[in-house]
Design a binder for this molecule. Structure first.
Ligand code: ADP
Ligand code: ZN
Ligand code: ZN
Length: 749
């Protein structure tokens, strides 16, 4: 009976391919091992065995596997299941999941090579001596330098320091390479090699005592544990500075004590030294940090360490750490679960790490904790409906007050000509006060606010889509406004639909202008800037934080980066310069997002001993959303959002899927999208919108078209995805559209 292996290859086509397992390999090959296989006449790939069986494929002649790369599986059973779920849910291939999931260091054929280092120690003949034996001393009578170096090594070995790197030894013993070689030639010293880690060794630090929880924190923790008895998932809604991180620490510790592993997911930008060093102090060598700035060999090494019995037990990482091999995962924590940056945008799989983490935990039978001061509407909805446990922690640690939020009606201030620049008089006063007291100021400006958007300079509102209740995108080139969701469009109106003013414009405030104004107001004050333009690397970002932390800068201006769980002590004032651009962002999540950003950035104001002040500048001072922010009222946001979502059938009342089409030729891509739409639309009545040109319709020379689907239960999401995928395959078979790229974005954000 012939044996066959299905192999996942790192390619974007179809399912896995079947190969013949040679007799000699049959005993050793296992599911999850890497193999080398031929593909086409000249190519060879490294793939992963996904299944072993005895069914010869009917429609093609099997080639044999060339080579078995691993003795033990590199991919665990749960990982294979996880990959399969991801491919199914996000409508991509296993190969694409493999590309994303496996570190490049493990994808290549040359095997990952452990790093080795050379050391020197006493020769075997001298093992156990505590002084140099006489015969040796005599033989060295004419080599004083060798004698000295040897004596040094003997003393050090007695003291317990018996192995040295060569440079270290030469430096410590004060000898040259020739002396060292002389000793090794005589067999008195010996050189040996050992595998060393590529990962930084922080040096063994004594694990720190973990802080005791406050009564409120303890109660929250007990409730979480209690929820887990009946539910897999629990949502911790704790205001900023309530000590969520402290609760995580205790839960992690408990889980590790039970001998299980923990994954703590953080948004990329939050993975600063602030939080990791706090965790490192407690968990020391049990913990590894996994982020995108690691080299491929470092990632491969972490992967391999995790496969070992005594490997890491706590992984603190960014979204891609959901792909790591866990043997005994007991707990997954997703911090700042509402963060949009958990969503992978490009390339496939376009997964949401929070949702993927939930599935990962489910496959392991592990518990999940979602934590946030401003939960996503979707997660909160699940909690309210009882699918997740819900734990509220509404007070800050030590009962510190939440910041005071003052609303500045800039529409009124401008009308009365009291405010000319970007800062209201109250903001200027508060900044002056803070700076002269030696305190710091943070100014928040939303980068996403620069979406192509037309807004009224008088009332702050933006024209909205009559069908979708989202702001319309402004397409400068065509001079039209278009809906991002249904494709509806109109010519640019001459007056504001809300107030009749003629002052419609697409201009916002820019960071540079802000800097200029600040220089005029406070010439001697040092400014720091933190946004995607000024941050080229993680180091820049950490530098900006450290500068502010150590008070080398007085005012920090930034975009959403400012909101990511940073903990500063001397921030007395936070200014939110332009709330309107966030509220009017052309997205159905605009209000949710605006609430989250404003609440999170407010949370940076005044910690420890003093209440902070937030100045919120808006043209829509009476907007219910502004009231919700001012009153720290998440529930109000939730209730109002749910009404809107219901009215327009947005998530959580529906699932959205975007189908994207990409091609160099604008006409080809348009026709392909039209053709696809004309097939699927009749089968999915009232669900398909478009195709239309997205706001950014050309990226890197590729023209884009987009089709949007809104799927309302009880329709089955998986059936529809299947249908969309098969329509994609049919379209790609047509000679006209063979080179069009088509992909799904399931649950886009
Ligand atoms: P959150 O993550 O909810 O915003 P943090 O966990 O960062 O809050 O806590 C805010 C601040 O309060 C931190 O400086 C933290 O060290 C301190 N803190 C919170 N809980 C405790 C505790 N139980 N013991 C000592 N310090 C605490
Ligand atoms: Zn207006
Ligand atoms: Zn619309």
């Amino acid at each position: 009976m012939n044996r066959y292996a299905d192999i996942i290859l790192p390619l974007a086509f179809g399912s896995s391919l079947t190969y013949l397992v040679p007799q000699t390999m049959a005993e050793h090959i296992k599911v999850g091992c890497r193999v080398r296989v031929p593909l086409g006449p000249h190519r060879h790939y490294t793939g992963i065995v996904s299944r072993l069986h005895e069914e010869a494929p009917r429609d093609y002649q099997c080639k044999p596997v060339d080579e078995l790369v691993d003795v033990r599986p590199l991919l665990l059973k749960t990982q294979l299941d996880f990959w399969q779920w991801m491919a199914d849910y996000y409508g991509c291939t296993l190969g694409e999941v493999m590309k994303a999931g496996l570190p490049a260091g493990l994808k290549r054929t040359e095997n990952y090579r452990p790093k080795r280092c050379r050391y020197v120690r006493l020769g075997r003949s001298l093992a156990g001596v505590d002084t140099c034996p006489d015969p040796v001393r005599q033989s060295l009578s004419r080599a004083g330098r060798q004698q000295k170096a040897l004596d040094y090594m003997i003393t050090q070995t007695v003291l317990g320091h018996g192995a040295w790197t060569l440079p270290d030894f030469m430096a410590a013993a004060g000898c040259s390479r020739t002396v060292l070689d002389g000793l090794t030639d005589r067999g008195l010293l010996e050189i040996f090699e050992q595998e060393v880690s590529r990962l930084d060794k922080e040096g063994k630090s004594e694990p720190c005592q973990i802080q005791e929880l406050s009564q409120a924190q303890q109660q929250a923790m007990d409730t979480i544990v209690c929820c887990w008895q009946s539910k897999q998932v629990c949502l911790l809604h704790g205001v900023t500075s309530s000590g969520k991180t402290e609760i995580y620490l205790h839960l992690i510790k408990d889980c590790l004590t039970r001998g299980q592993q923990v994954l703590l997911l953080l948004p990329e930008i939050a993975l600063t030294t602030q939080i990791t060093s706090r965790l490192k102090k407690v968990f020391a060598d049990d913990m590894v940090v996994y982020h995108s700035k690691f080299s491929e060999s470092q990632r491969a090494e972490i992967w391999n360490r995790l496969l070992e019995k005594d490997g890491y037990r706590l992984v603190v990482g960014v979204r891609s750490s959901v792909f790591l091999p866990f043997r005994q995962l007991g707990l997954v924590i997703v911090d700042e679960e509402h963060e949009l940056s958990y969503k992978q945008q490009e390339p496939a799989p376009r997964y949401h790490a929070r949702n993927a983490a939930l599935m990962l935990a489910r496959l392991h039978g592990a518990k999940t904790l979602l934590g946030s001061a401003t939960p996503s509407i979707e997660s909160y909805n699940r909690a309210v409906e009882g699918k997740y446990g819900l734990v509220e922690l509404p007070i800050r640690y030590q009962n510190l007050p939440l910041p005071e939020i003052l609303v500045e009606d800039i529409r009124e201030l401008r009308r009365r000509k009291i405010m000319q620049g970007s800062f209201s008089p109250v903001l200027i006063d508060k900044m002056t006060e803070a700076l002269s007291a030696g305190d710091q100021v943070m100014l928040f400006l939303n980068r996403r606010g620069y979406a192509p958007l037309l807004s009224c300079r008088n009332c702050g509102s933006s024209p909205r889509c009559p069908h979708c209740d989202v702001s319309l995108h402004y397409h400068k080139k065509t001079g039209r406004l278009q809906c991002h969701y249904c494709g509806w469009s109109q010519a640019v109106p001459t007056t504001c639909p809300s107030c009749g003013s003629r002052e419609l414009s697409d201009r916002g405030i820019g960071t540079e202008k802000i800097e200029e104004e600040l220089h005029e107001l406070f010439p001697s004050v040092k400014l720091g800037r933190m946004d995607t333009d000024s941050m080229k690397s993680r180091e820049d970002y950490e530098q900006a934080i450290t500068d502010f932390e150590e008070h080398r800068t007085d005012i920090l201006i930034g975009t959403q980066m400012l909101t990511k769980g940073l903990d500063f002590d001397r921030v007395r004032v936070v200014g939110i310069l332009d709330a309107d651009s966030m509220m009017n962002f052309p997205d159905f999540r605009a209000h949710e997002r605006a609430f989250q950003l404003m609440t999170q950035v407010s949370g940076r104001a005044g910690r420890k001993d003093r209440r902070g002040t937030v100045i919120l500048q808006t043209r829509e001072a009476n907007h219910p959303l502004i009231r919700a922010v001012v009153n720290h009222n998440y529930r109000q946001l939730y209730v109002e959002e749910m009404q809107q979502r219901h009215l327009f059938s947005y998530p959580p009342y529906s699932h959205l899927i975007d189908v994207w089409f990409k091609h160099r030729d604008a006409l080809v891509v348009k026709n392909a999208a039209q053709c696809y739409a004309s097939w699927v639309a009749p089968h999915l009545p009232e669900m398909v919108f478009g195709p239309f040109s997205p706001a950014i319709s050309r990226v890197k020379g590729m023209c884009l078209q987009k089709l949007s689907l809104k799927i309302v239960p009880p329709l089955s999401l998986s059936k529809i995805k299947e249908y969309l995928c098969s329509a994609r395959e049919t379209l790609l078979k047509s000679p006209d559209y063979r080179s069009v790229l088509i992909f799904l974005d399931v649950d886009p954000v």
